[in-house]
Write a protein that binds this ligand. Structure first.
Ligand code: NAD
Length: 377
């Protein structure tokens, strides 16, 4: 399907008008409507054409206003052909992993978006920065804290911006959870519980390979629960205690199957989270002094629901990825810092490293030295 047909069909089937007006409501939308087949703002090249790039990012790039899908990087020649055809991508904007560095000479590409398995993020973010491009890197930023530092350093040296694909910072229900907690609308947050889990039992998937994924569900979906625990408060935890509660240890082997974490925030305030490849969950529950709120599902691409102690929340559906990418393009155009910058990904990797350390030694660990990065609303 060519791009103009795709846009027309998407607008008919998913309510493109609603998406566009929601973007305007959130103040993240420049206002003029998309013109199929034309360049819109900054050019984005997607690196790694797997399920997330195919199912979410490329479609979202048909709805963005400040950026558009200008190029692709893939190791699979058949994908190069089908994507070029579907999205009108010229042959000179199609790269593979070997000739990728030549992107330095391509003025059509302003932003490189890394959507590869986790262990490949560091190498490709650094190569993109060295090619003189701004970079979006999917979560988790890397597989360890030191790699995050190398990625940040490379982007700083190249004077290019780096952001992480934390789409929920642009999603109205999660923004409302931030507002209620951070602005203490119902008093101080007393406790919270977050969970994100889905069953995964296919050993052929890189997500179950410790080398490629860096860990198990914590790296993949638990990171969203870490995020919501923090952005609900606008505060950093001071310590944590983690427990590997995997049921089928023989199957999951080197990666955790299930993990439970208790966080401590200043003034002794506690939070819990759980992530797993052995069950399903998708929620955030918060208890404050004078009220409570809950999101469930909390972290999906769409269909989110929320309620407070007073009743249901109601917000328009948005395309999270379109908002996220438009915001990054806008940050580049206005030379502003992204609310989900590389340092936030590094902060979360600091926490993830400490979670694995605590689970390994069976004791609480301090989070002294955690990067002081927050998105305050
Ligand atoms: P996927 O397995 O569907 O796609 C990975 C892509 O990388 C494939 O195109 C594959 O061909 C390519 N690849 C290149 N070298 C590879 C190698 N050595 N081994 C395996 N694949 C290789 O994965 P995905 O679900 O698209 O996830 C990609 C990244 O995006 C991950 O970091 C993941 O955490 C992230 N992600 C983020 C979200 C989100 O909501 N922000 C959602 C899904 C995935």
């Amino acid at each position: 399907m060519k791009r103009r047909h795709f846009i027309s069909n998407t607008a008919k089937s998913t309510g493109g008008v609603i998406v566009a007006s929601s973007l305007t409501t959130l103040g993240l939308f420049s206002g003029s409507s998309s013109r199929a087949g034309e360049k819109r703002g900054l050019g984005v090249a997607l690196v790694g054409l797997g399920s997330y790039a195919t199912g979410q990012l490329a479609p979202a790039l048909q709805m963005t206003e400040n950026c558009y899908l200008a190029g692709i990087v893939t190791g699979t020649p058949s994908k190069a052909d089908s994507w070029s055809d579907q999205y009108d991508i010229p042959a000179e904007n199609v790269y593979n992993y070997q000739n990728f560095d030549g992107i330095a000479d391509n003025d059509d590409i302003d932003i490189v978006y890394i959507v590869l398995p986790n262990s490949m993020h560091a190498e490709f973010v650094i190569r993109a920065a060295q090619a003189g491009k701004h970079v979006i890197c999917e979560k988790p930023m890397a597989t360890n804290y030191e790699d995050c530092q190398r990625m940040i350093d490379a982007c700083r040296k190249a004077e290019k911006k780096l952001s992480i694909g934390y789409r929920l910072h642009f999603e109205p229900y999660n923004l409302e959870a931030m507002r209620l907690g951070q602005q203490q609308i119902y008093g101080k947050v007393l406790e919270s519980d977050a969970g994100f889990a889905f069953p995964l039992r296919d050993k052929s998937r890189w997500r179950l390979d410790k080398e490629m994924a860096g860990g198990g569900p914590l790296m993949d979906v638990g990171i969203y629960a870490i995020q919501s625990t923090i952005y609900t408060r606008g505060q950093l935890p001071v310590s944590l205690e983690a427990m590997d509660t995997t049921v089928d240890k023989a199957f999951y082997g080197a990666v955790e199957g299930t993990l439970d974490v208790k966080f401590e925030f200043p003034a002794g305030i506690k939070a819990t989270m759980r992530t797993s490849y052995e069950e399903s969950s998708n929620y955030l529950k918060v208890q404050a002094q004078e009220g409570s709120w809950e999101l469930a599902p909390a972290y999906s691409y769409g269909g989110l629901k929320g309620q407070t102690h007073l009743g249901p929340m109601s917000f328009p559906a948005v395309n999270q990825q379109a908002l996220q990418m438009d915001d990054f393009a806008s940050c580049i155009l206005k030379d502003k810092q992204s609310i989900v910058r590389g340092e936030m990904g590094q902060r979360d990797m600091f926490i993830i490293d400490k979670i694995y350390e605590s689970a390994a030694i069976g004791k609480p660990v301090s989070l002294k030295g955690i990067p002081n990065i927050l998105h305050l609303v």
